[in-house]
Design a protein around this ligand. Structure first.
Ligand code: MSP
Length: 516
């Protein structure tokens, strides 16, 4: 029997369906898709799960405002997310919806498990609640007037009898886990944040709500629904169920659990890095291997968000600039983990300088020379020796790129590749292959062009997780048609492929954007 491929399970957050998707939610999903594609390229059996978080006060209210039954509202917005992921070329394997029947069963099974392990108790909650965060707050978390610093909305006071989860009981165990698994929370500055919270002391939190009707019914008290975060996190489990699986936690976890990495924004770090592991500990289930918290996209320095209303419309960006430009801009412009500001000017500059000029021109000039002077065919020429002297650098680029990608340093990985693009352009310009041809130094010219094609092929491998359509187009121009075979990490590195390039006509893959 063939050995089973190594699995890789990656999740995006499950997005709230209170409103249409915006570029902030797209950012997380593009990053996940890039990582998932990279792992597939390397031969992993990848499961990439995304989805929607559809219960709770906030969504109930937005359905009401639109005069729609909550489920109809959720169906509509969930469809909009799926549509946007299609437009952004997001290749997910599972779409988890928290209003699905299977999800409800998994959440109830999980709750019963935690309850039977003695980790649920009844008590009065009296305090503040931020509906935009769907989170219990204390005054020190809020600005003056109980304003949420993230959403700039006012937290409401409420008082209810609820069922609680004893988070404080797990403090020691969580600390020990973090200590024994230094890579559990990344980047390291997020880990420090979590350590700070644990040191301050963890507070038990309600896992049910009496006054929120739009939620999963609490198995032990039908007058309450399950708190939306206790419900939503389990979407990472329920969404793994196959169509023919009997909905049980055991069945859901059989193939891909533990999760390799949860990719999330920094605003939901506490739920993923504190609540979630403690919930799993209570249920006796394995913890995810990694939680990675990225930064915020800002516009004019403010977090972009549905609640703040300063959003950049992803549909408009895609319409105007195309899918790959959008994917590329956000991943190359912003260090993954840190905050980053969007501006139209930096978008245009980035695409023009990196894609249209540096990479696009190199490709175009090479293909034109090969087509015009060599009838589109370049054989490997050993007699001229290396002309560009970039074989070693190409191999090193592949190695360093791999290291960066494995650390989820997506921008660094692209920077490493563009260093090779720049070096190639520089050496190519110095060698002036068009002059070599004119001076009848054919052997040397042929070597130079062959080596450039070989570099371009390697560049395609590294960029295809980021801008898959563009990478495919370039590969076709380089003369490859079996892209599924050729775009495999085994083919990365110098001359591990055919010794002849039979290229196609060079058409600009990235036209320059006009400054408007
Ligand atoms: N429903 C929860 C997640 C539950 S996961 C079990 C939620 N949803 S959300 O729609 O509000 O946000 C989803 C993700 O989008 C979060 O990771 C959040 O950080 C990210 N972003 C929302 N606005 C963003 C920016 N302006 N910039 C970057 N990411 C942003 O939270």
């Amino acid at each position: 029997m063939a050995a089973r491929k190594k699995t890789f399970y990656i999740t995006s957050p499950l997005y709230y369906v209170n409103d249409l998707p915006h570029i902030g939610s797209a950012y997380t999903t593009i990053a996940c898709d890039c990582i998932a594609r990279y792992k597939r390229l390397q031969g992993y059996d990848v499961c990439f799960l995304t989805g929607t978080d559809e219960h709770g006060q906030k969504i109930f209210k937005s359905a009401k405002e639109k005069n729609l039954p909550p489920k109809d509202h959720c169906d509509y917005i969930a469809g909009k997310f799926q549509e946007l992921w299609r437009l952004l070329n997001i290749k997910y394997d599972k779409f988890s919806r928290t209003t699905s029947a299977n999800h409800g069963k998994i959440v109830q099974e999980f709750f019963k498990l935690v309850h039977s392990n003695g980790d649920i108790y009844e008590a009065d909650y009296e305090g503040l609640y931020c509906e935009a965060c769907e989170d219990f707050k204390s005054e020190k978390d809020l600005l003056e007037g109980n304003i949420c610093p993230i959403h700039k909305t006012k937290a409401q006071e409420y008082k209810e009898k609820n069922y609680f989860f004893p988070l404080s009981k797990f403090e020691e165990r969580l600390l020990k886990h973090l200590d024994q698994n230094p890579g559990f929370i990344q980047p390291s500055y997020r880990r420090n944040e979590v350590l700070g919270w644990i040191k301050e002391g963890l507070k038990d939190f309600p896992v049910s709500r009496r006054s929120v009707p739009w939620g999963i019914s609490l198995p032990i008290d039908s007058t309450q629904t399950i708190y939306v975060w206790f419900d939503a996190l389990l979407g990472y489990v329920s969404g793994l169920l196959g169509d023919s699986d009997i909905p049980s936690i055991e069945n859901a976890l059989k193939n891909y659990w533990p999760c390799s990495v949860h990719i999330i924004g920094k605003d939901i770090l506490r739920f993923h890095a504190v609540y979630w592991p403690c919930m799993l500990m209570s249920a006796g289930l394995p913890l995810p291997e990694k939680v990675f918290g990225h930064g915020f996209l800002t516009k004019d320095g403010e977090k972009m968000g549905k609640t703040t209303g300063n959003i950049v419309d992803p549909y408009e960006l895609i319409n105007e600039f195309g899918t790959d430009a959008v994917r590329f801009y956000f991943l190359k412009e912003i260090a993954f983990g840190k905050d980053g500001d969007y501006s139209r000017q930096s978008f245009i500059n980035r695409i023009n300088s990196d894609l249209a000029n540096n990479l696009g021109n190199l490709l175009n000039r090479t293909l034109n020379l090969v087509n015009k002077n060599f009838n589109g065919e370049i054989k490997y020429e050993s007699s001229a020796g290396e002309t560009l002297n970039l074989a070693e650098k190409t191999n090193l680029t592949i190695k360093n790129y791999e290291k960066a990608m494995d650390n989820l340093e997506l921008k660094d990985a692209l920077d490493i590749v563009w260093e090779l693009v720049d070096s190639t352009n520089r050496v190519f310009n110095n060698l002036e292959p068009w002059k070599l041809i004119k001076n009848n130094e054919i052997s040397k010219a042929r070597s130079c062009l062959y080596e450039t094609l070989e570099i371009l092929r390697n560049i395609c491998l590294t960029i295809c997780p980021f801008i898959p359509e563009t990478a495919n187009k370039i590969m076709l121009q380089l003369g490859y048609d079996r892209l599924d075979e050729e775009l495999s990490w085994e083919k990365a590195g110098w001359t591990k492929t055919k010794a002849t390039y039979k290229v196609k006509e060079g058409k600009p893959v990235f036209p320059r954007l006009e400054q408007i």
